[in-house]
Design a protein around this ligand. Sequence first.
Ligand SMILES: Nc1ncnc2c1ncn2[C@@H]1O[C@H](COP(=O)(O)OP(=O)(O)OP(=O)(O)O)[C@@H](O)[C@H]1O
Ligand SMILES: [Mg+2]
Length: 349
Amino acid sequence: MITLDALAKRFQGPAGLVTAIDDVSLTIAEGEIFGVIGRSGAGKSTLLRAINLLERPDSGRVLVGGVDLMGLAPDALRLERRRIGMIFQHFNLLSRRSVFDNVALPLELAGLSKGEIRARVLPLLELVGLSDKAGQVPAKLSGGQKQRVGIARALAAEPKILLSDEATSALDPQTTRSILRLLKDINQRLGLTIVLITHEMSVVREICDRVAVMETGRIVELGSTFDVLTRPTHPLAREIARGLEPELKLDQLFGDRFSALPVPGGSTLLRVAFSGPHAESPVIAELVRRFNVDLNILSGTIDHIQGRPYGVMKVEVTGAVDPVIGHLKSLELGVEVLGYVRSALRTAL
Ligand SMILES: Nc1ncnc2c1ncn2[C@@H]1O[C@H](COP(=O)(O)OP(=O)(O)OP(=O)(O)O)[C@@H](O)[C@H]1O
Ligand SMILES: [Mg+2]
């Protein structure tokens, strides 16, 4: 278990002191995949580096497996740090060393014998799918393969925790997915706790159990991935979560018929989020039957987040909209008015 207690860290910047972490308290459970998301400069890397004290906080406590890292002498801290592996966006591999020797490096530093090193490195290369690349130098590898070397190296000292700082940011979407699958696999097979920072919500959706949203050094939202993605409360969390939806430019779609305010005789644009007990009910067909309205579906997606269904639909409702909204809310669906559209007929007249 990782406990961060009232952490704070400030840096001297060119224009004065910058607060990178502002009173963050957080507990990460053993075996969890925990995501930290936020914009550039939010303090994500500083927070992650505080977990192994690569960045020493100005105040607060860092407990890893019950050990207060800030209170340790350098030698004891070095030993504790072996229990925490780390992977990076730019892989940080040594270019002159072979794949095998890159993975072996932390074990050489720890003073293991050649035989012990072989016995550790070969299964790791197998685990990350690089057994046939042991003798290659990193320059001969693809980005995804380089990151697999980074992961194998991070696992060499048999850590309990893996810290990942934007480990997939330099990779294309398909390679990203294969690396995320590998991380998930390691998490399940080895029971490893993973703390992962990213600025991509799609990464969070793919593998995180819980997620924290950071803004200017603070955690502004924290919850299960499902909750944060489907019911975000903080404006930034909402914005990031909505970024996963297909973009629908209403003013382009409807031109000057689009209006932010209600228009007499016009239609209403709704965003309906399907989660909870009625996520998969045939709600739309029922609305048309029960409320005698016209429904025009503008976009619709259905997704599974943490194995639970979640859909978002944007619809244009012509007719009395209030009973429709009331009904949707009674089903515990998320309803939001996106705007209004003047009737085409009226514009023509
Ligand atoms: N060593 C440093 N010296 C001075 N300022 C720093 C240092 N490290 C970080 N900062 C500042 O602290 C703030 C948080 O930086 P941090 O790198 O943690 O953000 P981040 O969320 O990881 O951003 P990104 O997504 O761009 O990696 C920023 O304002 C940054 O400029
Ligand atoms: Mg960073």
